[in-house]
Design a protein around this ligand. Structure first.
Ligand code: 8YV
Length: 328
C-alpha cells in the first residue's frame, strides 16, 4: 500500500508555482483568499498538517502549537520572525525557519528610496499637485533637505543595514554612522564605510535616521518621545523594520509639532491599522509594508520558504533554520 503523503498548509495566497512545487512532495492545502486566516482558522486548517509555509503575519505561538500536535515545521518567507515563538517551537520539536538574504538588496533599495522621498518631500508635494494647488514656482516650494553629503544614521546594522550603508557611503557621499547591539569588526565597518556611535549620539548626529532593527521585547518603543527629542529639528526618520520599534503616537506628535522635519514609514504598530495622528500630518510618507515587494524578490522569499519546508519534512538540511537544535 502506498505510504500516506504528509500534509502541508500554504497559509497565504502565493505564487501558484510554489504550491505546485510542494505538491511534488506533499498533500497541499493552499489558502486562496487575500484575506488572511484568523488565529482560529489557522489552527483549524493546520489540523493534521506536518508543515506550514507562512509569512510574517501568521502568529505561531505556544497555544497554536499545542492545538496542532502533528506540526513538525513552520517555514516563513519573511526575514523578521517576531511572529514566531521560537523557544515554544523548540520545546515542541518544531523546526522554524525564516528567509534571510534573498530580500536584502530589494529592501535596502526601498529603505533608501523612502528616506529620499521623505527628505525631498515627494509624497507631500505630489498630493498637493494632484489637488490642483500648483499655480506658480516659488524658491521654497517644497524645499527639503539634502541627502548627498548628509549624515546617514543607521539603527540596526545587519544585512539590510549594511546594504543601506553602502548605498549612502558609495553612491551619495554620505557620512554613515550606526548603532547596533554589537559593533561590527573594523574590517566590516571599513567595507560599508560606517562608524559606530552610541544610540544617543546617533540620534543627535543623524540628518537621516533609518531604522532596521528586529522587533524584540528589547527594541519595543526603542524610539519614543525622549529619543525623538534628541534628534535635530531638521532630521528625518525612516522605519522599515517593524511597527512597535517606534512609538507611533510620540512620532505623530513630534511630526505635528515639527520637532523633527519628516518621517517615512513602511511599518506601523498594529498594522494594517495606522495611528490616526500619522494619517493627518503632511510631513510623513506612508507605505503599506512593501519594502521587500519586488516580484523577483517575493518569489525568491517564497522559494526559500518552500525549500526549507521540503528539506525539513523529507530528511534534508533546511537552508535557513532558526532552531536547528529542535530536530538535532
Ligand atoms: C514581508 C518583512 O513582506 O521579511 C520581512 O521580515 O517584513 C517583509 O519582507 C512581511 O513580513 C510579510 O511576510
Amino acid at each position: 500500500m502506498a505510504q500516506e503523503r504528509q500534509r502541508v498548509l500554504v497559509a497565504r495566497r502565493l505564487f501558484p508555482e510554489i504550491s505546485e512545487r510542494l505538491a511534488e512532495y506533499f498533500e497541499v492545502d493552499a489558502h486562496q483568499l487575500t484575506e488572511p486566516l484568523s488565529a482560529e482558522e489557522l489552527a483549524e486548517r493546520l489540523q493534521g498538517c506536518a508543515g506550514a509555509l507562512i509569512t510574517g503575519t501568521e502568529r505561531i505561538d505556544a497555544a497554536l502549537l499545542a492545538a496542532c500536535p502533528q506540526l513538525r515545521a513552520v517555514c516563513s518567507m519573511a526575514v523578521g520572525f517576531n511572529n514566531i515563538d521560537v523557544p515554544a517551537c523548540t520545546a515542541r520539536r518544531v523546526l522554524a525557519t525564516n528567509a534571510p538574504g534573498v530580500l536584502t538588496e530589494t529592501t535596502a533599495d526601498f529603505g533608501f528610496a523612502l528616506m529620499m522621498a521623505t527628505a525631498r518631500r515627494m509624497a507631500e508635494s505630489e498630493h498637493w499637485l494632484r489637488a490642483g494647488h500648483w499655480k506658480q514656482w516659488s524658491y521654497d516650494l517644497f524645499a527639503g533637505s539634502d541627502v548627498h553629503g548628509a549624515t546617514l544614521g543607521i539603527l540596526g546594522m545587519g544585512r539590510i543595514g549594511q546594504a543601506i550603508a553602502k548605498r549612502g557611503a558609495l553612491g551619495f557621499d554620505m557620512k554613515v554612522a550606526y548603532h547596533n547591539r554589537s559593533r561590527l569588526s573594523q574590517a566590516d565597518e571599513a567595507a560599508v564605510g560606517a562608524r559606530y556611535l552610541s544610540l544617543h549620539d546617533l540620534l543627535r548626529q543623524a540628518d537621516h535616521l533609518v531604522i532596521v532593527v528586529p522587533y524584540t521585547p528589547q527594541t519595543h518603543h526603542l524610539i519614543g518621545a525622549n529619543e525623538l527629542a534628541l534628534m535635530k529639528p531638521t532630521a528625518t526618520l525612516t522605519n522599515i523594520a517593524r511597527g512597535g520599534v517606534v512609538d507611533d503616537a510620540a512620532l505623530a506628535a513630534a511630526l505635528r509639532e515639527r520637532r523633527i522635519a519628516a518621517a517615512g514609514l513602511d511599518v506601523f504598530e498594529g498594522e494594517p491599522t495606522v495611528h490616526p495622528g500619522l494619517l493627518t500630518v503632511p510631513n510623513v510618507v506612508l507605505t503599506p509594508h512593501i519594502a521587500s515587494a519586488s516580484l523577483p524578490t517575493r518569489r525568491a522569499m517564497a522559494e526559500l520558504a518552500a525549500s526549507n519546508l521540503i528539506a525539513a519534512l523529507t530528511g534534508g538540511q533546511p537552508p535557513t533554520p532558526l532552531n536547528p537544535e529542535a530536530v538535532a
